[in-house]
Design a binder for this molecule. Sequence first.
Ligand code: SER
Length: 632
Amino acid sequence: MFMIMTAQEIRRAYLEFLSDKQHKIIPRAQLVPKDDPTTLFTGSGMQPLLPYLLGQDHPNGSRLVDSQTCLRAQDIEEVGDNRHTTFFEMLGNWSLGDYFKQEQINWLWQFLTEVIGLDPKRIYVSCYSGSETEGIDKDKESAEIWSSIFSAAGIEAKQVEIGSCENGSKIGEQGGRIFFYEDKNWWSRSGSAKTMPDGEPGGPDTELFYLFPSVKHTSDYGEKCHVNCDCGRYIELGNCVFMEYLKQSRGFVKLPRRNVDYGGGLERIAAAAIDDPDVYSISLMRPIIDVIERLSNKSYATHTTAMRVITDHARAATFLAVDGVVPSNKEQGYVMRRLIRRAIRFAFELGIEQNFIEEVTNSVISIYKEDYPEVAEKHDQIIETLIKEEKIFRQTLRKGLKQIDRLGRSGTLSGQDIFTLYDTFGFPLELSVEEAFSRGLELHDDWRDEFNQSMAEQRERSHTASKGAFKGGLGGSGLIHKKYHTATHLLYKALRETLGDGVIQHGSNITEERLRFDFSYPKKLSPEQIKKIEDIVNMQISNDLKVSWAEYTTDKAINELGALGAFGDRYGDSVKVYSMTEEGANKPYSLEVCGGPHVDRTSELAEGGKRFKIIKEESSSSGIRRIRAVLV
Ligand code: SER
């Protein structure tokens, strides 16, 4: 029998297990990355090690291990289910040109089954299927290593080709144990092999999943379940990336050394250890829930979502305070403010009206102070920072919520309303948007523009030149409009490639904050289709298409050249046709009747490390879908 380990014990055991295998334990990097302006937060264990993965020598040698605190602010709205959190710890080990697949896979198996005591029969894995277009082979080696591990454990391990998640939902597990996927089993900081920008390292990976048979798959997540399904029956516990490639404009080249980059979510491993699919049940979380139950006099069983949100956000805000961030209206400070205010808002819903931050934060601190001495050292500073923010927000929270009820009587909220809530009541705008949705209110289509306009007028009035909360700002609107305009053409083309020629444009609208595109299509798009569309657009952005235009007779443009025109548009005798063409290609990728203006080359859309992302897909009217997308 195994002793069931707490999360703290698992963290220590992992560091010890690998330090016995000659790994040097390195301290966690701060949540705010040093010398990396491309990202606000440390979101994975490998991020601070990038220069070493690219070939530089690490002062501690070629075998490293750590537990890295991570923050993924983009997951904020996913928080509330049983496994998503914005803050988590990633257990990581690295080989910088030292050991490779054989050692890594065997050690991971040993650690999880022999040290932690997970049930081998509930472990499933995935490997890279290979890609002809990228010229990268199937990762048979990893699959063979897994095969012999399973066979030694007396477990039958059938190999099944899945390919994409879309196909996975169609064909299901088929009694397999080792599954091959393409994009899902390639790791780089910027996604699949196809969409990686030049200069980015990456490689095939093998992922390990734990089956929770108590979780039932439902068709909301796709027809059939498979290891990468989002229903929560399989939870990914770890990812071994065999980072040996560097993307270059002409394709992949080998890195100077072949590396291993392993990362596993501590919270999820700890949940597997106690055989509970709810990560909030583990020893790093449950004590916080207990405090919230006591303060609210309500139970976690009936107020699950609110208590999860508060727990997650309190942990994130505490570590941000440890790492020196203070709430503000920009960058990391804005995310922190949003997290704290959102937690307070949920606490309010639970009826916790007295100051609660101090008690909740104290419980977070007591959980971490032994393993992270900086948390104990900064105790007073953390509490002070968070209490201050709570005081400011509490003064206006109740009034602000009343104000939303008042403003929403008409059934809609405008950007001016959201600005008033922001400016007078301290509501981060995302919070107002959430409140509006939960009350069933509609937002003005152009609420962001209206919001920015109100902000500009306010600035004008107060003559402050302080920076706003939102990237893009008010300057440079000409250029950003052009970029979104060009992105719209790429999107239209990508939609037709993915969904077929039945897709016809029905409208488009561009602001400084986003593009909006309406088109004919009968069904809601699946997450896989959305991902594919994004990938295509990002690929065409990195292909650096040249944008140019020429004038043709309308007949020639549409009927001979096959240029796309917006449905319902009326054209004169001659039209301007924009083309976007890859270097050396004999025909344009996109050809569209359009007045312009556009950028000169699609790569301009990626300036500042930006990527094309679909943030919303919804029905606009019968048979017409509406997409909103941004460059972020
Ligand atoms: N970089 C990989 C990940 O974040 C493994 O550490 O999943």
